[in-house]
Design a protein. Structure first.
Length: 299
Protein backbone atom coordinates (compact mmCIF):
# COMPACT_ATOMS: atom_id res chain seq x y z
CA UNK A 1 0.00 0.00 0.00
CA UNK A 2 1.48 3.33 -1.01
CA UNK A 3 0.71 6.54 0.79
CA UNK A 4 1.02 10.04 -0.59
CA UNK A 5 2.67 12.32 1.93
CA UNK A 6 2.48 16.10 2.15
CA UNK A 7 5.58 17.43 3.92
CA UNK A 8 4.16 20.95 4.16
CA UNK A 9 1.09 19.90 6.17
CA UNK A 10 1.76 16.43 7.62
CA UNK A 11 2.08 16.32 11.38
CA UNK A 12 4.06 13.07 11.36
CA UNK A 13 6.81 11.73 9.16
CA UNK A 14 5.22 8.40 8.20
CA UNK A 15 8.48 6.99 6.86
CA UNK A 16 10.30 7.74 10.13
CA UNK A 17 7.43 6.34 12.20
CA UNK A 18 7.43 3.08 10.27
CA UNK A 19 11.24 2.92 10.57
CA UNK A 20 11.02 3.32 14.36
CA UNK A 21 8.44 0.55 14.54
CA UNK A 22 10.53 -1.69 12.29
CA UNK A 23 13.56 -1.06 14.53
CA UNK A 24 11.55 -2.07 17.62
CA UNK A 25 10.45 -5.22 15.79
CA UNK A 26 14.04 -6.09 14.86
CA UNK A 27 15.10 -5.86 18.49
CA UNK A 28 12.94 -8.90 19.14
CA UNK A 29 11.27 -9.98 22.38
CA UNK A 30 14.64 -10.75 24.02
CA UNK A 31 16.79 -8.10 22.35
CA UNK A 32 15.31 -4.92 23.75
CA UNK A 33 11.82 -4.66 22.27
CA UNK A 34 9.72 -3.25 25.11
CA UNK A 35 6.18 -4.63 25.17
CA UNK A 36 5.07 -4.30 28.80
CA UNK A 37 2.97 -1.19 28.18
CA UNK A 38 1.28 -2.56 25.06
CA UNK A 39 0.55 -5.84 26.85
CA UNK A 40 -0.97 -4.04 29.83
CA UNK A 41 -3.19 -1.88 27.62
CA UNK A 42 -4.26 -4.90 25.56
CA UNK A 43 -5.33 -6.65 28.78
CA UNK A 44 -7.38 -3.62 29.77
CA UNK A 45 -9.06 -3.55 26.35
CA UNK A 46 -10.00 -7.21 26.74
CA UNK A 47 -11.43 -6.45 30.20
CA UNK A 48 -13.62 -3.76 28.66
CA UNK A 49 -14.69 -6.08 25.89
CA UNK A 50 -15.70 -8.74 28.41
CA UNK A 51 -18.22 -6.29 29.87
CA UNK A 52 -20.02 -6.22 26.50
CA UNK A 53 -22.42 -9.17 26.42
CA UNK A 54 -21.93 -9.83 22.74
CA UNK A 55 -20.14 -12.20 20.38
CA UNK A 56 -18.10 -10.74 17.51
CA UNK A 57 -17.50 -13.19 14.70
CA UNK A 58 -15.00 -11.20 12.59
CA UNK A 59 -12.50 -8.90 14.28
CA UNK A 60 -9.59 -6.64 13.34
CA UNK A 61 -6.52 -5.98 15.50
CA UNK A 62 -5.28 -2.65 14.13
CA UNK A 63 -1.62 -1.96 14.91
CA UNK A 64 -1.20 -5.56 16.02
CA UNK A 65 2.57 -5.62 16.70
CA UNK A 66 3.28 -9.33 17.24
CA UNK A 67 -0.41 -10.25 17.55
CA UNK A 68 -0.81 -10.70 21.31
CA UNK A 69 -4.22 -9.01 21.33
CA UNK A 70 -5.31 -10.88 18.19
CA UNK A 71 -4.54 -14.20 19.91
CA UNK A 72 -6.50 -13.18 23.01
CA UNK A 73 -9.54 -12.25 20.91
CA UNK A 74 -9.34 -15.40 18.80
CA UNK A 75 -10.15 -17.63 21.79
CA UNK A 76 -13.26 -15.68 22.80
CA UNK A 77 -16.53 -17.54 22.35
CA UNK A 78 -18.14 -16.83 19.00
CA UNK A 79 -15.00 -15.50 17.28
CA UNK A 80 -14.47 -17.02 13.83
CA UNK A 81 -11.74 -14.80 12.35
CA UNK A 82 -9.26 -12.21 13.59
CA UNK A 83 -7.22 -10.18 11.10
CA UNK A 84 -3.93 -8.68 12.31
CA UNK A 85 -2.96 -5.38 10.60
CA UNK A 86 0.52 -3.99 11.25
CA UNK A 87 2.91 -1.77 9.23
CA UNK A 88 6.18 -3.24 10.60
CA UNK A 89 7.14 -6.37 8.69
CA UNK A 90 9.13 -7.78 11.62
CA UNK A 91 6.17 -7.56 13.98
CA UNK A 92 3.78 -8.83 11.33
CA UNK A 93 5.85 -11.96 10.74
CA UNK A 94 5.23 -12.96 14.37
CA UNK A 95 1.50 -12.20 14.29
CA UNK A 96 -1.04 -14.97 13.66
CA UNK A 97 -2.55 -15.32 10.18
CA UNK A 98 -4.45 -13.86 8.48
CA UNK A 99 -2.32 -10.73 8.60
CA UNK A 100 -2.11 -7.58 6.51
CA UNK A 101 0.74 -5.07 6.16
CA UNK A 102 -1.09 -1.76 6.56
CA UNK A 103 -0.63 1.72 7.98
CA UNK A 104 -3.48 2.30 10.46
CA UNK A 105 -3.90 5.80 9.04
CA UNK A 106 -5.10 4.24 5.76
CA UNK A 107 -6.84 0.95 6.63
CA UNK A 108 -7.23 -0.98 3.35
CA UNK A 109 -10.54 -2.70 4.11
CA UNK A 110 -13.91 -2.71 2.41
CA UNK A 111 -16.94 -1.18 4.06
CA UNK A 112 -18.80 -3.39 6.54
CA UNK A 113 -15.96 -5.93 6.87
CA UNK A 114 -15.75 -6.38 10.65
CA UNK A 115 -17.97 -6.90 13.66
CA UNK A 116 -15.23 -5.63 15.97
CA UNK A 117 -12.17 -3.40 15.59
CA UNK A 118 -9.60 -3.17 18.39
CA UNK A 119 -6.54 -0.94 18.40
CA UNK A 120 -3.77 -0.62 20.97
CA UNK A 121 -1.56 2.49 21.14
CA UNK A 122 -1.41 3.36 17.45
CA UNK A 123 -4.15 5.92 16.70
CA UNK A 124 -2.18 8.75 18.35
CA UNK A 125 0.16 8.49 15.33
CA UNK A 126 -2.62 9.48 12.93
CA UNK A 127 -2.20 12.91 11.37
CA UNK A 128 -5.92 13.02 10.54
CA UNK A 129 -7.53 11.22 13.45
CA UNK A 130 -11.11 12.25 12.53
CA UNK A 131 -10.55 10.90 9.01
CA UNK A 132 -9.07 7.66 10.36
CA UNK A 133 -12.05 7.20 12.67
CA UNK A 134 -14.43 7.69 9.74
CA UNK A 135 -12.62 4.96 7.81
CA UNK A 136 -12.82 2.61 10.79
CA UNK A 137 -16.53 3.28 11.24
CA UNK A 138 -17.10 2.45 7.58
CA UNK A 139 -15.10 -0.77 7.95
CA UNK A 140 -17.48 -1.90 10.70
CA UNK A 141 -20.69 -3.76 9.98
CA UNK A 142 -23.84 -2.06 11.28
CA UNK A 143 -23.89 -2.39 15.09
CA UNK A 144 -20.17 -3.24 15.04
CA UNK A 145 -17.92 -2.04 17.83
CA UNK A 146 -14.71 0.02 17.87
CA UNK A 147 -12.64 -0.31 21.03
CA UNK A 148 -9.33 1.55 20.95
CA UNK A 149 -6.63 2.82 23.29
CA UNK A 150 -4.28 5.70 22.50
CA UNK A 151 -1.97 8.08 24.32
CA UNK A 152 -3.65 11.16 25.75
CA UNK A 153 -2.39 14.70 26.11
CA UNK A 154 -0.79 14.24 29.54
CA UNK A 155 1.46 11.40 28.38
CA UNK A 156 5.14 11.99 29.22
CA UNK A 157 4.43 15.45 30.62
CA UNK A 158 7.54 15.08 32.80
CA UNK A 159 9.78 14.33 29.81
CA UNK A 160 8.30 17.18 27.79
CA UNK A 161 8.93 19.60 30.64
CA UNK A 162 12.52 18.49 31.19
CA UNK A 163 13.43 18.58 27.48
CA UNK A 164 11.78 21.99 26.99
CA UNK A 165 13.59 23.62 29.89
CA UNK A 166 16.95 22.02 29.08
CA UNK A 167 16.89 22.89 25.39
CA UNK A 168 15.83 26.46 26.12
CA UNK A 169 18.57 26.86 28.72
CA UNK A 170 21.35 25.31 26.62
CA UNK A 171 20.39 26.37 23.11
CA UNK A 172 18.15 29.40 23.51
CA UNK A 173 15.20 27.77 21.75
CA UNK A 174 13.20 24.59 21.57
CA UNK A 175 12.16 22.09 18.91
CA UNK A 176 9.28 19.59 19.00
CA UNK A 177 10.44 16.47 20.83
CA UNK A 178 7.25 14.74 22.03
CA UNK A 179 4.14 14.19 19.92
CA UNK A 180 1.00 16.17 20.71
CA UNK A 181 -2.12 14.19 21.62
CA UNK A 182 -5.80 14.84 22.11
CA UNK A 183 -7.43 15.45 25.49
CA UNK A 184 -10.19 13.34 27.01
CA UNK A 185 -12.68 16.18 26.53
CA UNK A 186 -12.21 15.94 22.76
CA UNK A 187 -12.22 12.15 22.40
CA UNK A 188 -15.97 11.43 22.55
CA UNK A 189 -16.63 14.45 20.33
CA UNK A 190 -14.30 13.02 17.67
CA UNK A 191 -16.18 9.72 17.76
CA UNK A 192 -19.48 11.56 17.28
CA UNK A 193 -18.00 13.62 14.45
CA UNK A 194 -16.87 10.39 12.76
CA UNK A 195 -20.42 9.01 12.83
CA UNK A 196 -20.20 6.58 15.74
CA UNK A 197 -23.25 5.94 17.88
CA UNK A 198 -23.19 5.74 21.69
CA UNK A 199 -19.65 7.15 21.97
CA UNK A 200 -17.82 6.76 25.28
CA UNK A 201 -14.32 7.91 26.23
CA UNK A 202 -12.47 7.53 29.49
CA UNK A 203 -8.86 7.75 30.61
CA UNK A 204 -6.46 6.01 32.95
CA UNK A 205 -2.94 7.03 33.89
CA UNK A 206 -0.17 4.46 34.21
CA UNK A 207 2.90 5.64 36.11
CA UNK A 208 6.18 3.85 35.47
CA UNK A 209 9.33 4.18 37.56
CA UNK A 210 12.81 4.38 35.99
CA UNK A 211 16.32 4.68 37.40
CA UNK A 212 16.94 7.76 35.21
CA UNK A 213 15.80 9.59 32.09
CA UNK A 214 18.11 7.64 29.79
CA UNK A 215 16.41 4.39 30.83
CA UNK A 216 13.06 5.93 29.88
CA UNK A 217 14.41 7.02 26.50
CA UNK A 218 15.72 3.48 25.88
CA UNK A 219 12.27 2.06 26.63
CA UNK A 220 10.59 4.51 24.27
CA UNK A 221 13.02 3.43 21.56
CA UNK A 222 12.27 -0.22 22.28
CA UNK A 223 8.53 0.50 22.06
CA UNK A 224 8.89 2.27 18.70
CA UNK A 225 7.50 5.44 20.30
CA UNK A 226 10.35 7.88 19.61
CA UNK A 227 9.96 11.24 17.92
CA UNK A 228 8.54 11.07 14.38
CA UNK A 229 7.19 14.60 14.07
CA UNK A 230 7.62 16.05 10.62
CA UNK A 231 8.88 19.31 12.18
CA UNK A 232 11.39 17.62 14.47
CA UNK A 233 15.02 18.67 14.43
CA UNK A 234 17.12 16.01 12.73
CA UNK A 235 20.01 14.57 14.65
CA UNK A 236 20.62 13.75 18.29
CA UNK A 237 20.25 16.04 21.26
CA UNK A 238 23.45 17.83 22.20
CA UNK A 239 25.27 16.09 25.02
CA UNK A 240 25.01 19.15 27.27
CA UNK A 241 21.28 19.47 26.58
CA UNK A 242 20.69 15.81 27.33
CA UNK A 243 22.66 16.03 30.58
CA UNK A 244 20.76 19.10 31.72
CA UNK A 245 17.42 17.50 30.82
CA UNK A 246 18.31 14.44 32.90
CA UNK A 247 19.24 16.74 35.80
CA UNK A 248 15.99 18.72 35.51
CA UNK A 249 14.00 15.49 35.32
CA UNK A 250 15.59 14.07 38.48
CA UNK A 251 15.15 17.34 40.39
CA UNK A 252 11.51 17.89 39.39
CA UNK A 253 10.17 14.35 39.15
CA UNK A 254 12.49 12.20 41.23
CA UNK A 255 11.52 10.29 44.36
CA UNK A 256 13.30 9.67 47.65
CA UNK A 257 14.94 6.54 46.24
CA UNK A 258 16.55 8.51 43.42
CA UNK A 259 14.24 7.13 40.70
CA UNK A 260 12.10 9.13 38.29
CA UNK A 261 8.49 8.62 37.23
CA UNK A 262 6.95 8.75 33.75
CA UNK A 263 3.21 9.20 33.23
CA UNK A 264 1.31 7.56 30.37
CA UNK A 265 -2.26 8.81 30.01
CA UNK A 266 -4.32 6.22 28.12
CA UNK A 267 -7.54 7.27 26.39
CA UNK A 268 -10.02 4.44 25.83
CA UNK A 269 -12.43 5.07 22.96
CA UNK A 270 -15.63 3.08 22.45
CA UNK A 271 -18.17 3.62 19.67
CA UNK A 272 -20.69 1.63 17.65
CA UNK A 273 -21.47 1.70 13.96
CA UNK A 274 -25.06 2.98 13.76
CA UNK A 275 -27.91 0.47 13.62
CA UNK A 276 -31.71 0.92 14.00
CA UNK A 277 -31.78 -1.42 17.03
CA UNK A 278 -29.63 0.92 19.11
CA UNK A 279 -31.16 3.30 21.67
CA UNK A 280 -32.14 6.54 19.96
CA UNK A 281 -32.61 10.02 21.46
CA UNK A 282 -36.20 11.22 21.46
CA UNK A 283 -37.20 13.56 18.66
CA UNK A 284 -37.22 17.18 19.81
CA UNK A 285 -40.72 18.14 20.97
CA UNK A 286 -41.94 14.53 21.28
CA UNK A 287 -42.07 14.40 25.08
CA UNK A 288 -45.46 13.56 26.59
CA UNK A 289 -44.77 15.08 30.01
CA UNK A 290 -43.56 18.50 31.02
CA UNK A 291 -40.26 18.90 32.93
CA UNK A 292 -41.98 21.34 35.28
CA UNK A 293 -44.56 18.70 36.22
CA UNK A 294 -41.83 16.12 36.86
CA UNK A 295 -40.09 18.52 39.22
CA UNK A 296 -43.22 19.37 41.26
CA UNK A 297 -43.13 18.07 44.85
CA UNK A 298 -45.44 15.11 45.48
CA UNK A 299 -48.28 15.18 47.99
Amino acid sequence: MQQTEHPQTALFDRRAWRAHRDRAARLGPTGGSIDFLHEEIADRLVDRLDVVNREFAVALDLGARDGGLARAIAVRHGTRLVVAAEPAVGFLARAPAPRVAADPELPPFRDASFDLILSTLVLHWSTDLPGTLVQLRRALKPDGLLLAAMFGGSTLIELRTALFEAEFAEEGGVSPRVSPAIDLADAAALLTRAGFALPVADSETITVSYPDMLALLRDLRGMGETNALAARRRGFLRRATLARAALFYAERFGDAAGRITASFEILFLCGWAPHPSQPQPLRRGSATARLADALKPKG
